[in-house]
Design a protein around this ligand. Structure first.
Ligand code: NAD
Length: 488
């Protein structure tokens, strides 16, 4: 079988070792292709390429960089169908969700192309205005290590890559071992016009390629989107070097249904928030709190709606919900459902592998009631198609339940009551608050987590400044000795 090479210096190159990794279609379990299991030597070689390219790239004018980044976006549109199909085959979510991902991928390059050439330093007041100039400059860091998960392989890559490049950094990308093919395709077909070494991709295991980047002295900044456990591991490794870390980690997002809502529409909003990408979104709704008075009607409407959703391979136009990414992920998910069941939860629909799906990592969308915060399913990240529902008596109690989590990525409220909405966005500890329209992002709106969900923001001006180091220049035009110098 074809082994896809790493992408180094704008060339596809074979790995240094002999190991390879098969990439599967999660809907059929077929092997799509293989990639190299990158070694420490492969990762070091990529850092060397990126380091060599850095001086030229940082001195490329911001306008020229902008043109090159717009060209990346245009190339994505030129390869649209192939990219959308490849994303669907290796990640599994339905084709329309991958087309949506690609819209974001292309437009993120356009957005940061322009933002990158707009960014300015500042001149600040000097102690001696006649003779001195004090400037605050924004500079690139150097080589950025971008470590990416599988659930939005290109979107979460370019939320790092586009601003890092616009800021003048060069990049070594470590895609997930489960979804490296679309990343390699993007590099080869959409970025080959960039100067060699500006973007490099090394495939392989996190513990090898990822850790080599984290420990490398010539990689001053690591941008990771991934699990809390990997964020903690990287933090430990990077701490002695005082390395800059952008961590976008897990979530346990809550969805609150206020007493005043339209039941049918809110049930549809919830199903979307919990089941898009088969619940494998960092901001998937993973806990639901419904006002006691409408809980019974609401849950009934939700179950009816969820039962209408069609499972299948993402590539089929009739599919609403695709497979999970892999066998281990489905087994871990099923264990959380089983744990909840054993602790007294009721399963209103789902709770099993769908009959007739012998191949592929499918699991039925599952609605649970009778859950509480003592259960794993209400505390730990679930990352699968589950909708566990609790009820609340007062809005104070709802807010307390929402904040009762180590995570603080996003939170959703459905209401028409402005007072409740204001209370919610003021008191809920989460990086993104969605009122009525869950999981809609905005290029200009920073995205990231509070608490253990992370320490960075992607998108917006914050997403660019995160890839820029601040330097203060104090410039005195006069050579005369100062009166405060020695001798006293
Ligand atoms: P993961 O943490 O297992 O892997 C993420 C990346 O880190 C992969 O490329 C992996 O190879 C690499 N990695 C693993 N061990 C490493 C190590 N020791 N050193 C360096 N790199 C290492 O996560 P995943 O399963 O790919 O993705 C799902 C997780 O990502 C979920 O927890 C989800 O919430 C989180 N996520 C967060 C966001 C966000 O923006 N906050 C977005 C999407 C996904």
């Amino acid at each position: 079988m074809d082994i896809k090479g790493h992408w180094l210096d704008n060339q596809s190159v074979a790995g240094d070792g002999v190991g390879t990794i098969d990439v599967h279609n999660p809907a059929t379990e077929e092997v799509l292709a293989s990639v190299w299991a990158g070694t420490e030597a492969d990762a070091n070689r990529a850092v060397e390429s990126a380091r060599a390219a850095f001086q030229g790239w940082r001195r490329t004018s911001a306008v020229e960089r902008a043109h090159l980044l717009h060209d990346v976006a245009n190339n994505i549109r030129a390869h649209w169908d192939a990219l959308a199909e490849l994303l669907t085959l290796e990640e599994g979510k339905p084709l329309p969700e991958n087309e949506e991902e690609l819209e974001w991928v292309a437009d993120t390059f356009h957005y940061y192309a322009e933002l990158g050439r707009h960014i300015r330093g500042t001149v600040v007041p000097s102690g001696e205005p006649e003779n001195q100039l004090n400037m605050v400059l924004k500079e690139p860091y150097g080589v950025v290590g971008a470590i990416v998960p599988w659930n939005y392989p290109l979107l979460l890559l370019v939320w790092k890559l586009a601003p890092a490049l616009a800021a003048g950094n060069t990049v070594v990308v470590k895609p997930s071992k489960m979804t490296p093919l679309s990343t390699l395709f993007l590099a080869e077909n959409c970025m080959a016009h960039l100067p060699p070494g500006v973007v490099n991709v090394v495939t392989g295991y996190g513990g090898v390629v990822g850790e080599t980047l984290v420990k490398h002295p010539d990689v001053p900044l690591i941008a990771l989107t991934g699990s809390l456990a990997v964020g903690q591991r990287i933090s430990e490794l990077a701490a002695p070097m005082i390395k800059r870390l952008h961590l976008e980690l897990g979530g346990k997002d809550a969805f609150v249904v206020a007493p005043d809502v339209d039941i049918e529409q809110s049930a549809r909003a919830l199903a979307y928030a919990a089941l898009i990408n088969t619940g494998q979104v960092c901001t998937s709704t993973e806990r639901v709190y419904v006002a006691q008075d409408l809980a019974s009607d609401f849950t009934g409407a939700l179950v009816e709606h969820v039962k209408t959703l069609r499972l299948g391979p993402g590539i089929e136009p009739t599919t609403d919900v695709g497979p999970m990414i892999g066998a281990k992920f489905r087994a871990d998910f099923a264990a959380q459902i089983e744990d909840a069941r054993q602790h007294g939860a009721s399963i209103l629909t789902g709770g099993r592998v769908p009959p007739g799906f012998e191949r592929g990592f499918f699991y039925e969308p599952t609605v649970l009631t009778g859950v509480d915060h003592s259960m794993v399913i209400m505390r730990e990240e679930t990352f699968g198609p589950a909708i566990p529902i609790m009820t609340y008596e007062s809005f104070d109690e709802a807010i307390e339940l929402v904040n009762d989590s180590k995570y603080g990525l996003g939170a959703v409220l459905r209401t028409n009551d402005a007072r409740l909405a204001k209370r919610f966005y003021e008191d809920v500890q989460a990086g993104t608050i969605w009122i009525n329209d869950p999981l809609t992002d905005n290029y200009a709106g920073p995205f990231g987590g509070m608490k253990m969900s992370g320490n960075a923001r992607e998108l917006g001006i914050e997403g660019l400044l995160g890839f820029m180091e601040t330097k203060h220049v104090h410039w005195d035009f006069s050579p005369e000795a100062k009166e405060w110098w020695y001798p006293y």
